[in-house]
Design a binder for this molecule. Structure first.
Ligand SMILES: [Zn+2]
Length: 205
């Protein structure tokens, strides 16, 4: 079993390789599927955004069998996401969970638009994503950040990651128990579309 601390170090190293364009590709070779066909032991669980520019395996320079990835627009935490994390943490013994947001996130921008110019013609399903993001952003607007749109989006991305990580930490008895007794760690991070670098800014031990 890979500890949360070691897992975090592997992600940091992989992201630095990616950002420096010095990837090591041996774990994505065509021989790899057969090597992992009999079982998996992913060393980290990533809850990331569906944005096409933030594929977890690529930005962390990892291969087949390394990461258990859940992606949903806005990296929001609904019951099915918590269930997926519970599954991986209990079944594979994975000890690190990363909530990975990113700069210029469309789900965050959409939520801001809806808060500023509400419209009724959205799909109920899309609205459910906006509703998950909304509370953390409303509190930023209440602090008067609405004056500076660029700063608002930046802060909103991080506030949403913090809220998702916090929800993950306290939304499940199973995960709480693993955190308390088994070394599970849930951290929040932001990927920069501009630099390719990931900043782990929340809950890092
Ligand atoms: Zn996004």
């Amino acid at each position: 079993m890979v500890s949360a601390t070691d897992a975090l170090a592997r992600l940091r190293e992989g992201n630095l390789r990616f950002a420096a364009n010095t990837q090591s590709n041996d774990r994505t070779l065509a021989t790899r599927p057969a090597e992992v066909a009999d079982g998996q032991e992913p060393f980290a669980i990533i809850l990331g955004c569906s944005d096409s520019r933030v594929p977890a395996e690529i930005v962390f320079d990892q291969g087949l069998g390394d990461l258990f990835v859940i992606r949903v627009a806005g990296n929001v935490v609904a019951p099915s996401q918590i269930g997926s994390v519970e599954f991986a943490a209990t079944k594979f013994g994975t000890r690190l969970v990363v909530v990975l947001g990113h700069s210029q996130c469309g789900a965050i921008e959409e939520t801001l638009n809806q808060l500023q110019v509400p419209s009724d013609n959205r799909s109920r399903n899309l609205r459910s994503i906006v509703d998950f993001v909304r509370p953390s952003i409303e509190s930023l607007l209440a602090q008067g950040l609405g004056e500076d749109p660029e700063a608002l989006v930046k802060q909103a991305v991080r506030a949403n990651v913090r809220a998702s990580a916090e929800h993950m930490r306290h939304g499940s008895d199973i995960l709480e128990e693993l955190e308390r007794d088994e070394g599970l760690v849930i951290v929040g991070a932001e990927y920069s579309l501009e630099t390719g670098l990931v900043d782990f800014f929340d809950g890092v031990p």
